[in-house]
Ligand binder design. Structure first.
Ligand code: XUL
Length: 525
């Protein structure tokens, strides 16, 4: 019997999933919510409030505090941490933590892990994936390499605002003294992995490809991209290691404080999306996945890496080997929550009274849902735009507003995933909002594909547990995903012909509205 622990350090919380590979079942799940459980960090949604909508940073001490709080909670809930045979995790992608060496330093007597992390930081906050402040740096990197297309072909993505490289460049330019003091720059995934092993942990190709620094073809840091980003960068980066690497054993302080067994293997962490790809059983090409979380993402394993000619899509490493494609939307759950809160609705009302009571196509009423700056398409100045029948007063008609945001999100996903070239017949939908039957019906109708939902949620943390079992116990992906990634047959949602036809008619109108908005925004700049 072997128990494996998978963690997921996401934007809004830290989640644990414990699996038992002998019984083929999940035995425990638990979470820390950054806002509710650790209010002293002043980050109700997991990031530090900032009046500039382009700037989004988080406090890395919060992530360390959450790790201690979650391990303590697991013990209180009766999980025998000494019986865990291996652990790993996944982190929100792209965020960077700036540190001096040695890192990590174990917490001293009476000290918390967050205190120990605080002493090592050379920059008090970490820019996260929601940050869009590096447009200038992206242009500089593209220019140095000979164009966005070169950067895209080398690293799998055009220079992208939230990616580690442009963020590091901005820091090195705006605070060269602090950059000079910085001896080590970790991603959220490798930062958290380091806290577990007590040694600076490596970066895997799943998360490493989200930096604009990794050469996808060679699998190594790209010398030209490093040079175009910041001086002396390679010495500051963690090493790269394949996703199935056991990168160390649990740190002594974890053994002392939480009763983990000496010598317990720790597998290199990955990004939350690559880990989710495993957690939903999507490790082979042919399964398209939509994850509805703080960010909404569409992704799939790729037989051969293809790049998005429009520049919005990304290619990352697939932790099972090869590559995956991904498109990310920033106006995900926080945007849905904003409309829901504006109308004072419960999730039940959102789903039943609003999505259940309005027709597909929303009587022609459309919304461009840029509540915060958007990644896909690139919209730096937030703003919500409505278009439709005079009846669509927007903001006054709750049901029409709710349908408008969900339809806009689904149509934008359909529109911007066309470069992948495959029309899926089934979509695996995961993440908190996948609980909504109304949202899943709209996705099924817009994509003209059957929506499948899984028996086990928390796909990123589950994927981390599965990756650990594969690396430590040598179980195959077939065996593991067969046991843990079953779809719930009772929760399948089939597309409806009339609704699908309505969206087929509406999609060109949505695309035209989006283009018109992007054109107007460009003209203003
Ligand atoms: C993916 C992305 C987000 C984060 C947050 O490129 O930016 O999905 O990983 O979860």
């Amino acid at each position: 019997m072997a128990y494996y622990l998978g963690l997921d350090s996401s934007t809004q919380g830290l989640t644990a999933v414990v699996i038992d590979t002998a019984a083929g079942r999940v035995v425990h799940q638990s979470s820390i919510n950054f806002g509710a459980d650790l209010p002293e960090y002043g980050s109700p949604q997991g990031f530090l409030p900032n009046p500039d909508p382009l700037v989004r940073h988080a406090d890395p001490r919060l992530w360390a505090a959450a790790l201690e709080a979650l391990l303590a909670r697991l013990r209180r809930e009766g999980v025998d941490l000494g019986g865990i045979a291996g652990l790993s995790g996944s982190g929100q992608q792209h965020g960077t933590v700036y540190l001096r060496r040695p890192f990590p330093v174990p917490p001293g007597q009476g000290e918390t892990l967050a205190d120990a992390v605080g002493r090592a930081l050379t920059r008090p906050s970490a820019p996260i994936w929601m940050d869009s402040s590096t447009g200038q740096e992206c242009r500089e990197i593209d220019l140095a390499l000979g164009g966005a297309d070169v950067v895209r072909r080398r690293s799998g993505s055009a220079a992208t605002e939230r990616f580690a490289g442009p963020q590091i460049r901005r820091f090195a330019k705006t605070d060269p003294a602090a950059y000079a003091r910085t001896e080590l720059i970790h991603l959220v995934s490798s930062f958290m992995g380091s806290l577990l092993t007590g040694e600076s942990a490596p970066v895997d190709p799943g998360d490493g490809a989200g930096m604009n620094l990794l050469n996808l073809a060679s699998g190594h840091w790209d010398a030209d991209l490093l040079a175009a980003t910041a001086p002396g960068l390679e010495a500051r980066l963690p090493r790269l290691a394949p996703s199935a690497t056991v990168c160390g054993t649990v740190a002594p302080w974890l053994v002392e404080r939480f009763g983990l067994r000496v010598g317990t293997p720790v597998v290199v962490w990955s990004g939350d999306n690559p880990s989710s790809l495993i957690g939903v059983g999507g490790w082979q090409a042919g399964t398209a996945v939509i994850s509805l979380g703080t960010s909404d993402t569409c992704f799939a394993a790729m037989a051969t890496p293809t790049v998005d000619p429009q520049g919005y899509g990304h290619v990352f490493g697939n932790p099972a080997g090869g590559f995956m494609c991904l498109i990310c939307f920033k106006n995900g759950s926080l945007a849905r929550e904003q409309v829901k809160a504006a109308h004072g609705l419960s999730w039940g009302q959102f789903d039943g009274e609003c999505l259940g009571a309005t027709p597909p196509g929303n009587r022609g009423n459309l919304m461009l849902p840029y509540f915060v700056p958007e990644i896909t398409p690139l919209v730096l100045r937030p703003g919500v735009r409505r278009q439709g029948e005079p009846a669509f007063v927007g903001g006054r008609d709750a049901a029409a507003d709710i349908r408008a945001i969900v339809e806009a999100q689904a149509m934008s996903m359909r529109l911007h995933s066309q470069w992948i070239g495959e029309v899926p017949s089934a979509l695996r939908v995961t993440g908190g909002a996948s609980r909504s039957d109304g949202i899943c019906q709209i996705l099924a109708d817009v994509f003209e594909a059957t929506v499948e939902r899984l028996e086990v949620g928390n796909s990123a943390a589950l994927g981390a547990a599965l990756r650990t079992a594969q690396a430590v116990e040598g179980l195959s992906w077939h065996e593991l995903t067969g046991m843990f990634c079953r779809c719930d047959p009772g929760r399948r949602v089939a597309p409806r012909a009339a609704a699908a036809a309505a969206y087929r008619r509406l999609l060109p109108r949505y695309a035209a509205l989006e283009l018109e908005h992007l054109g107007a925004a460009r003209a203003e700049r």
